[in-house]
Design a protein around this ligand. Structure first.
Ligand code: GTP
Ligand code: MG
Length: 177
């Protein structure tokens, strides 16, 4: 089982991505394949016969400092540390190299299995943001998507499939098989 966290700032499209992407991967998934674990919603999907838990996280950047929100953020941070794969959803209509997106990138690039999805690209008409991010972080995995309109999901699937097979190879080596 592979734990894949979907993380990003407030309203970047995390929930809509989890819903639509899980339907795209496994169209026949039933309601019981969505469940809550450690306070976060998980979507059970499978790619290459490997089970993946797609974890919809809550935003860690909200300015609201109520006890409930603090608890939620802590759950997200635990899930982030625990994840095998990190999917970072960036709102392409509202990105800056400062703030929470920058912090997530700086953490993500220290991991092997980190990918950025530039979301809401149905609303923008140039590719400059992607170029700019690649210029700053040349080796990053990055794709344009629209979670709402289900655009770009094939590339995400291919990338996940690749990351999962790397995991299998890694596990094989680790156990000396
Ligand atoms: N145009 C467009 N709107 C989108 C897209 N993805 C998400 N949205 C809109 O962005 C808003 C937030 O989407 P959510 O999926 O709730 O975002 P979230 O990151 O889960 O939000 P929080 O959990 O509250 O942080 C909604 O109004 C969506 O309809 C997209 O690809 N294109
Ligand atoms: Mg959400």
């Amino acid at each position: 089982m592979v734990r894949c966290i979907v993380i990003g700032k407030d309203k970047s499209g995390k929930t809509i991505f989890c819903k639509n992407f899980s339907k795209f991967i496994n169209p026949k998934n039933k309601k019981n394949e969505i469940f809550t674990q450690k306070g976060l919603t998980n979507y059970k999907i499978s790619i290459k016969s490997e089970k993946i838990y797609l974890i919809d996280s809550v935003s860690i950047d909200s300015g609201i400092d109520k006890w409930e929100r603090r608890r939620e953020r802590t759950k997200t941070l635990y899930a982030l540390i625990d994840a095998n794969i990190i999917i970072h959803i960036i709102d392409a209509t509202d990105f800056s190299f400062k703030g929470i997106d920058k912090y997530i990138i700086d953490y993500g690039i220290t991991k092997d299995k980190y990918l950025i999805l530039l979301n809401k690209t149905d609303k923008i008409h140039d590719n400059n943001l992607m170029k700019e991010i690649i210029r700053t972080y040349p080796k990053i995995n990055i794709f344009n998507i629209s979670a709402k309109k289900r655009i770009g999901f094939n590339n995400v699937k291919t990338c996940l499939r690749h990351m999962i097979s790397c995991d299998k190879i890694h596990r094989k080596n680790y156990f000396g098989w």
